[in-house]
Design a protein around this ligand. Structure first.
Ligand code: ADP
Ligand code: MG
Length: 292
């Protein structure tokens, strides 16, 4: 590739809202065979809403929501904000929490009015030896609608499961279709529940799903996709995504993402529109065709 053609390609990218950080990124993107995408905030809007609460016998939904919100007030996760907003919306009296701790990629805990409260994935509760079986009936219903199930435990007992739904980006389905038309395999990598991830993958026609991974597991999932020398690009919005952006052949950060993501990325999409991924690939291919 000549420096001039790279410069022209990079300039065209800027015109269509695709920032290549260096000529290497423009060249590397052409050879990519697999596009792996983060789910929350990348394929979805990253603005989840509470859809419902299923309580175990003897627990009151509003009371559980009030305790969960007390914990989540201290968390920055988008799911946490959904829970806090729902509690405010229902006019529930705020409670103070002590000893807050975030469990990265799994949930959060704190003591509320003298009770230990745990909010998060089934795995988080299982790790504490808390039995979630009596709430298991609700799970297929929640995940089939592509919502995320979040368990709440109070005093070491599973008290409720909350359903939180994050709308898909309007561009998600057509973006996957265009990547397929470009001959690429499309993979979703998420820390979310397997059932939820599968429901979203079906809706978007995504080829492969890696679910229920912790933030470190995203790097490992990429390494597995890279086996046999396959070239993989990773698209993320940033929350815990910096290591994955660095591990991929090409790290692509989307515009609404965090500063950390922008710094770790090779390509930055200035808009939220996922069609930008296919546009960037098309531009990379066209630029390098002109060179020969
Ligand atoms: P993703 O990979 O989709 O971006 P994360 O790694 O941020 O998701 O989170 C994975 C899972 O961990 C969530 O689906 C949720 O079950 C749980 N989780 C993470 N943070 C919280 C929190 N503050 N409150 C409740 N659950 C949480
Ligand atoms: Mg994320």
């Amino acid at each position: 590739a000549t420096p001039t053609s790279i410069m022209v390609g990079t300039g065209k990218g800027a015109e269509i809202g695709v920032l290549f950080r260096g000529g290497d990124a423009l060249q590397a993107l052409r050879a990519v065979e697999v596009i792996a995408l983060d789910k929350t905030g990348t394929l979805t809007e990253g603005r989840p809403e509470l859809m419902g609460i299923e309580t175990a016998d003897g627990f009151d939904a509003d009371e559980i929501l009030r305790l969960a919100a007390a914990v989540e007030t201290h968390s920055e996760h988008p799911i946490a904000r959904a829970i806090v907003r729902a509690a405010e919306h229902r006019g529930l009296r705020a409670a103070a929490a002590q000893g807050f701790a975030a469990e990265v990629g799994q949930g959060a805990r704190a003591e509320v009015e003298g009770h230990p409260v745990l909010v998060g994935s089934a795995r988080l509760l299982a790790g504490e030896g808390i039995d979630t079986r009596r709430l298991a009936d609700a799970l297929p219903r929640i995940t089939a609608s592509a919502a995320t199930p979040l368990f709440v435990a109070v005093d070491g007992h599973a008290a409720a499961v909350l359903a939180v739904a994050d709308p898909l980006k309007a561009s998600a389905r057509s973006a996957v279709a265009r990547l397929h038309a470009q001959g690429l395999e499309v993979v979703m990598i998420t820390g979310d529940h397997r059932g939820t991830a599968d429901a979203i993958a079906r809706e978007l026609d995504i080829d492969r799903v890696v679910a229920e991974v912790l933030p470190d597991g995203k790097v490992q999932a990429l390494q597995e996709l890279q086996q046999g020398g396959r070239r993989v690009a990773f698209v993320g919005d940033g929350i815990n995504d910096a290591p994955a952006l660095a591990q991929a052949e090409v790290g692509i950060a989307i515009g609404s993402g965090t500063d950390v993501a922008m710094e770790s990325a090779d390509v930055v999409l200035m808009s939220d529109n996922l069609l930008g991924i296919a546009n960037a690939i098309a531009l990379s291919r066209a630029t390098l065709r002109n060179i020969r």
